[in-house]
Design a protein around this ligand. Structure first.
Ligand code: NAP
Length: 364
């Protein structure tokens, strides 16, 4: 399997690090090496905040882009706003997820969404439909959430979940992802996948109602760490509708010069090596090696692939698209997997959900 081919990434080189892209960061820089130590000492996911810099002689190399730390104040603020809305107008924002089938990664993502909603006081509703549901069944669920004026829920994510499963499940080939995306009411499209939202994102001087959560989270991370984007060369690996393409559009909106790498790109390594900012979203474990990275570049790793790991309690572990150990020795800053982009995706989803509820109920 291709994913397993890349699953091991060993480090062999050390580089002198320069940090041209990070200006006085608003976050105390944590070092990649801390995260590496964490990964070898615990099976925890992204809980590296408790780890302190060690006095070991291991050279400190690059900044760890800590998505959990950046996401926390965003979630705290959302919790405050949700409670203010409830107290003032008696409305509690809601998020509905329609999950078709029971694929492991989709189910996990939905579980995480539910937990995250509960943690900030947003109501969450998961509608589970069997894998052999018809497109009509799904559309009926979507339109129920769209039309009910008393329903506080924001239908979301059904289409992305279905889109993912469609590739992997014979049963879902009968569904047209576009029909489902089109059916979501644009004011409730908190994933930002509706073609109208995407179109607005692509056009100059237009503002989408919602920006897709993962790319939005990536840009927030860059801002949080004061990474200069304007005039920089950025490379996005992957061109999916939900991550790669909108990430490239957002970087372009921020005046980066953007290249997109996809499965037919020749010499991806050479192109990637020119980038000051790299966003990797291909779902190919450890594809981006240290040699692909320009010294001092900033690297965001979106990829999350389950790789079998008999030593882990769950039997698998999440592996990113970037060889983390090698990247730490070349880049000025790297986001880990887990604990990098993932927490930001969830925070942006909660933020979009609150925004949607505020707009619908005209609450400021
Ligand atoms: P996707 O729909 O499968 O798209 C993958 C993209 O990568 C496609 O554009 C594909 O090119 C390209 N690609 C695949 N193999 C490649 C290769 N060997 N060389 C160059 N390009 C290659 O995946 P996605 O939904 O965008 O997700 C990407 C990854 O991010 C996955 O691991 C997913 O689990 C993860 N993800 C993480 C989060 C998070 O919050 N952390 C959120 C969403 C997704 P073509 O267009 O030519 O096929």
């Amino acid at each position: 399997m291709a994913s397993l081919m890349f699953a091991d990434c060993s480090s062999s080189t050390t580089s002198r690090i320069i940090h041209p892209n990070i200006r006085n960061g608003s976050f105390l820089p944590r070092r990649c090496i801390d995260q590496l130590r964490l990964q070898t000492t615990t099976s925890g996911r992204g809980c590296a905040l408790s780890i302190r810099s060690s006095s070991s002689p291991t050279p400190v190399v690059s900044t760890l882009i800590d998505g959990s730390a950046v996401a926390k104040p965003i979630r705290d603020e959302i919790r405050i706003q949700v409670s203010r809305m409830k107290e003032t107008i008696g409305v509690v924002p809601g998020l509905a997820v329609i999950l078709v089938g029971d694929m492991k990664d989709s189910a996990r993502y939905v579980r995480n969404k539910k937990k995250a909603c509960e943690s900030v006081g947003i109501k969450s509703l998961v509608v589970r439909l069997p894998e052999d549901s018809s497109e009509k069944d799904v559309l009926k669920s979507v339109s129920g959430f769209n039309d009910d004026p008393f329903c506080p829920w924001n239908p979301c994510s059904a289409a992305s979940t279905i889109g993912k499963q469609k590739k992997k499940s014979l049963y879902l080939y009968h569904m047209d992802e576009q029909n489902i995306l089109n059916a979501v009411r644009i004011e409730k499209d908190v994933d930002g996948f509706h073609p109208l939202n995407m179109g607005q994102l692509a056009m100059r001087e237009r503002e989408p109602l919602f920006i897709p959560c993962t790319p939005k989270g990536c840009i927030e991370l860059l801002h949080s760490y004061n990474v200069e984007i304007r005039g920089k060369r950025a490379v996005v690996l992957g061109r999916s509708n939900i991550v790669g393409m909108p990430a490239a559009l957002l970087l372009q909106r921020e005046d980066a010069t953007v290249s997109i790498i996809h499965s037919k790109t020749k010499n991806p390594e050479e192109i990637t090596r020119q980038a000051d900012i790299i966003i990797a979203a291909v779902g190919q474990p450890n594809m981006v090696r240290g040699s692909w990275i320009k010294p001092g570049a900033v690297v965001l790793d979106v990829g999350t692939t389950d790789v079998d790991d008999p030593d882990s309690r769950s039997g698998y572990r999440l592996v990113g698209d970037v060889c983390y150990e090698e990247a730490c020795k070349v880049a000025s800053a790297v986001s880990p997997v887990p604990g990098g982009v993932g927490p930001m995706t969830i925070a942006m989803l909660l933020s979009n959900t609150l925004t949607s509820a505020k707009r619908i109920h005209n609450f400021h």
